[in-house]
Design a protein around this ligand. Structure first.
Ligand SMILES: *[C@@H]1O[C@H](CO)[C@@H](O)[C@H](O)[C@H]1NC(C)=O
Length: 191
């Protein structure tokens, strides 16, 4: 009985992963091999990594799989596609909503718009990109709260995380970060 339940559960999880989008489905066809490599790496190392996705100053989209210590394990630059943009924007909205819901929005200058205006990389010289920088106030209290929360190692869909192992909702186990100064704004998202 117990093992039937477990295998039903595992089947459920594997079905979920079949229907959910992988980066390879979101990028342009010529870039699929690299995206597939990133997908495989992310699945294999799911528990110990988080995903970082952002627009760059050159209007590409960077996807990095990073370890908890922020070391980049694998990365790729991709041409913007409507599907990639939609994925990024959806998660930005979720992360902002999670921030507001946790009562932490007061700690940063962030609005959804500033979160969305974040760009990865070095700003082109001579241009004023002040408005593209997101400021996050140092926040001892919120970090303490967040660490307490993460020590439980159980974050549901949409809640904050530091790596995939925190995210316990089946099918929502991608710990996702979209840039900006508030490094704690990583959230469990649908994969
Ligand atoms: C970060 O963590 C990864 C995986 O545990 C490890 O391989 C790497 O050496 C670490 N990097 C640093 C700078 O600690």
């Amino acid at each position: 009985m117990h093992s039937t339940l477990v295998s039903t559960f595992l089947l459920f999880i594997s079905l979920l992963s079949l229907i959910s989008a992988k980066y390879a489905d979101l990028v342009s066809p010529t870039e699929q091999p690299l995206a597939t490599e990133i997908d495989s790496f992310a699945v294999e190392h799911h528990a110990e990594v988080y995903h970082f996705i952002a627009k760059t100053y050159e209007d590409n989209i960077i996807i990095q799989i990073r370890y908890e210590n922020d070391t980049v394990a694998i990365e790729g630059y991709f041409t913007e596609t409507p599907a990639l943009l939609e994925d990024l924007e959806g998660v930005q909205k979720n992360i902002y909503a999670a921030t507001v819901q946790a009562g932490l929005d007061g700690y940063s200058e962030q609005s959804l718009e500033t979160l969305q205006s974040y760009r990865y990389g070095t700003p082109p010289e001579g241009e004023n990109h002040e408005e593209k920088r997101v400021l996050c106030r140092p926040c001892r209290e919120c970090l303490r709260d967040l660490n307490n929360h993460l020590e439980k190692k159980t974050s549901r869909c949409g809640q904050f995380c530091s790596v995939g192992a925190n995210c316990i909702t089946p099918g929502c186990q991608r710990c996702y970060y979209t840039g900006g100064e508030c490094r704690w704004q990583k959230s469990c998202q649908i994969w």
